[in-house]
Design a protein around this ligand. Sequence first.
Ligand code: HEC
Ligand code: HEC
Ligand code: HEC
Ligand code: HEC
Ligand code: HEC
Ligand code: HEC
Ligand code: HEC
Ligand code: HEC
Length: 445
Amino acid sequence: MRYPLIPVILVLLAVSVGFAYIHWSKSGPGTGLYSQHWEPDPVQGYWDPANFYQSPDSIQGVFKGEQCVQCHEGITPGVVSDWRASRHAQTEQTVYCSACHGEDHQKLYLPTPDVCGSCHEKQHGEFQDEARYGFPSHVLAMERAVNAPHFVDKPKAEVQSCIQCHSVATKCDSCHSRHLFSAAEARRPEACITCHSGPPHPDDATYFASAHGQLYLTEGKEWDWSKPLTKGNYKAPTCAYCHMDSGRHQVANKSMWKFGLREINPHTSKNKVLRNEWIKLCSDCHKEDQARRWLTEMDQERKQAWDKLYAAEDILKDLRSDDLLTPAIDERPPYPLEQHAFWDRERIGFFEGQASAFYNVSAIERDYFEMWYFDNLSSYKAAAHGDMKRVKVGHKKLATSLDRIKTKASKLRTLSEADQNKKNAPTPSELWMKGAYTDYNREHN
Ligand code: HEC
Ligand code: HEC
Ligand code: HEC
Ligand code: HEC
Ligand code: HEC
Ligand code: HEC
Ligand code: HEC
Ligand code: HEC
């Protein structure tokens, strides 16, 4: 009679051991699944102040706001003149340096979103609330970067920069830069493109090439940027007009394709609700049915992209089941984090593990990675933002990549037939398995 309890007890035990393991594996400095494996550089204090900032102790004293300004006029004149030009210096109750940095110069802090939130409850509340939409989102961006396996699997010098962009989660000066903290500045596309640029997310290029971006480039100088981002105030939309409509401090609330990393079904009831919100926004300036048609075209572009991506994935999976991917998994340099894997296998595509797709893979898998990450993601952004030329170019590239994968796959099959028992296949060199890069990386993150 008591035996049925045994599985229950085992499950309970396993669950608590699981929690203990997670707790242990996160017990390094800072946060994140791999904090034990990664020592931050001091500059991290500026990007993730809550976890890493340490006040200098060279100046002793507790100062009033006016004293901070007086002395810093000489020490950091740029900071003071920006601050003087800001609303913080011009409101009835002046927001002095000390409101954001503290009064004790040996216990200075850099303001986290919570500090700004003590006065800007609305914006801070919206910002925090974004977490309920999951990834990707600004409020979870830091977590996303430090929890990505390729963050720790590469040498620190290569990944330090991740934090610079992903710090959008840990401080409020990403879009309204310090110490001007200007709403007008944040409304402009330039506020976003320091981070939203580059091959996997060419938001800048696709926006500037669109009808909207072209209008911004030709006429934007004359627009009155002191007005809020609502209907009637702007002739053409900017990034924030579309993604933070009505000044709401969230960018994930309407997102359905989510960066284009995987295929979604645009016709679920949830996605229909999101789509209607987009259409409502476009209707500030366009006819509703026109807007709906444009956005449906984007879905069609996605369908075509995924048809090609799935075709490539199928080829790779067939190669894998026939043991034709070379080097095979046990012939590849190990990732520091993968040493205890129970079940090693070549992983293909997003669902089977993003991290391995980036680096220690065979040539043909790398081709797929390039296809999925660059050709696909840039086509998506082009379709989302109305850059029709780039959609065409992107799909041409997708087709070329698929052809290359097909050719390489049939070459691999021919080679393996010629080389039945793999005896003549080259063995992976020591340098590849255990070279300076791999070792250095393992020891220094
Ligand atoms: C007597 C001059 C003086 C006064 C008064 C003063 N500071 Fe400073 N502050 C400095 C100097 C010098 C540094 C550079 C210290 C260093 O790098 O070791 C500095 C650095 C800073 C930094 C940069 C810290 C970093 O890690 O980059 C902040 C922020 C700051 N002060 C804020 C304040 C605030 C807030 C007050 C008023 C409560 C204040 N200061 C008052 C002289 C002063
Ligand atoms: C509204 C909040 C706010 C006020 C007011 C404010 N700061 Fe800052 N300050 C910030 C933020 C945000 C940063 C960037 C923190 C980071 O990098 O994580 C910063 C950074 C700094 C730094 C670091 C160096 C750098 O590159 O900017 C100094 C120095 C500084 N502030 C001085 C001052 C002084 C002096 C005043 C008053 C004249 C002042 N701050 C007023 C928010 C504020
Ligand atoms: C001590 C309270 C206080 C703190 C702390 C504070 N602010 Fe402010 N902030 C104000 C006040 C007051 C105004 C002016 C509001 C007004 O005039 O309507 C303002 C205005 C602003 C504006 C609007 C500027 C414009 O162009 O209209 C922005 C943006 C802003 N703050 C951002 C921040 C950020 C970011 C932080 C944290 C780094 C911060 N504030 C910290 C009180 C504060
Ligand atoms: C130039 C700024 C920038 C740098 C540097 C950067 N990222 Fe990102 N990252 C972004 C942006 C912007 C997005 C969102 C893309 C989108 O939605 O179009 C993103 C998305 C991501 C995503 C996917 C988001 C999700 O939730 O699915 C991951 C994972 C990620 N980044 C990790 C990293 C890592 C790890 C590094 C360093 C190797 C890095 N990023 C460097 C800006 C950057
Ligand atoms: C400091 C860098 C930075 C700035 C500035 C920035 N972002 Fe982002 N943004 C990111 C990162 C990083 C991500 C990816 C977050 C993740 O990995 O989950 C992201 C994600 C997004 C997403 C994707 C949300 C989703 O659910 O798919 C949108 C939309 C977005 N940002 C819009 C904007 C807009 C609009 C601006 C300017 C008003 C802006 N961002 C400014 C770094 C930035
Ligand atoms: C992704 C870019 C982005 C980030 C990050 C961001 N803001 Fe803003 N912020 C904006 C934009 C855009 C506006 C102008 C909104 C409008 O036109 O209504 C704005 C406006 C504001 C205003 C002025 C509101 C008004 O009605 O005058 C305040 C205050 C503010 N932000 C505070 C914050 C605080 C606090 C944080 C951190 C939690 C933050 N912002 C982070 C883009 C951003
Ligand atoms: C006319 C409105 C509009 C403008 C302007 C605009 N976007 Fe977008 N953006 C969209 C639409 C629509 C999508 C697709 C959203 C979906 O269905 O998921 C999108 C997707 C995105 C995504 C991926 C999030 C997702 O949902 O997949 C990011 C990041 C992004 N845009 C950033 C930017 C940046 C940065 C700018 C300015 C350089 C910008 N956008 C300008 C409408 C706009
Ligand atoms: C603030 C106003 C505004 C908003 C909001 C807006 N647009 Fe536009 N859009 C314009 C203007 C102005 C043009 C240029 C029209 C022209 O050239 O005559 C334009 C042009 C376009 C074009 C180019 C086709 C053409 O007729 O020239 C497309 C596609 C487009 N918009 C799609 C969208 C979509 C999709 C949305 C919503 C995600 C949207 N727009 C939101 C103002 C807006």
